[in-house]
Design a protein around this ligand. Structure first.
Ligand SMILES: [Zn+2]
Length: 88
């Protein structure tokens, strides 16, 4: 069972409204989230581009140049559910 949380993102506003200073806030229960960007509506759409959005690391979609920032809800943690300290 894959525990990754997916988020499909499509803006309803102009891409110029989302930049490094005012990124789109994506909420997650984990410290990282697989996000699929679809660009904006009305001609600004693009094929889905998947990328990992990690806590504290804003990510720019290389296709439409929108910025995303992860907002962790609650305690956060790893999406695989094992937490820290279980690496071999
Ligand atoms: Zn995009």
């Amino acid at each position: 069972m894959i525990g990754y949380q997916l988020f499909l993102y499509k803006t309803s506003f102009l891409q110029s409204d989302v930049n490094q200073e005012a990124p789109a806030i994506i909420q997650s229960y984990y410290d990282k989230l697989l996000v699929g960007c679809l660009g904006g509506e009305g001609g600004d759409e693009h094929d889905v581009f998947w990328f990992w959005l990690e806590k504290g690391k804003p990510h720019e979609c290389p296709v439409c140049f929108q910025y995303f920032l992860l907002e962790v809800i609650g305690a956060g943690g790893s999406p695989d559910g094992h937490g820290d300290g279980h690496h071999h």
